[in-house]
Design a protein around this ligand. Structure first.
Ligand code: 5GP
Ligand code: ZN
Length: 135
């Protein structure tokens, strides 16, 4: 694993996260700067920097996990809608260079744009929502 990759460190358990799902190939955890409540990320456990450099099989497994976690978010939070987002390169506002899919629950009139500034979330609130989704 690249030693400076924050998501590899989360996968390895070296950095804590609010985990909502894990299987042999993938990990899903809450985004620490949620754009809306319930915002979470799904990553393959094997490092790939982006979509272009990932293996088909890894991507397929990751997307299967994305659908599973999306269903859990839908059931737990019943959002107004739900978007998936995946950024490739700084020009697309990618800030962590380990492939990840954002699962973003939508709220009515949340005025969410494609790119947003990072704003630290409330950890207690994030933890509470992660429990709901994990269940
Ligand atoms: P990107 O901008 O690359 O599409 O998204 C990276 C996401 O990772 C951002 O939404 C950011 O909040 C999240 N993130 C960055 N560092 C950490 C971390 O240490 N823990 C968690 N849970 N999320 C992180
Ligand atoms: Zn990595």
């Amino acid at each position: 694993m690249p030693k400076d990759c924050i998501f590899c460190k989360i996968v390895a358990g070296q950095i804590p996260c609010f985990k909502v799902y894990e299987d042999e190939h993938t990990l899903a955890f809450m985004d620490i700067n949620p754009v809306n409540p319930g915002h979470c990320l799904v990553v393959p456990k094997i490092h790939a920097p982006n979509l272009f450099e990932s293996e088909d099989a890894e991507l397929a497994r990751t997307m299967a996990a994305v659908r599973k976690v999306s269903r859990a978010v839908q059931k737990a939070l019943n959002p107004y809608g739900l978007n998936l987002l995946q950024a490739n390169g700084p020009g697309a506002a990618q800030s962590v260079f380990h492939l990840h899919i954002h699962i973003i629950p939508r709220e009515r009139d949340d005025d969410l744009r494609m790119n947003w500034g990072l704003k630290a979330g409330n950890k207690d609130e994030i933890a509470k929502i992660s429990e709901k989704i994990r269940d």
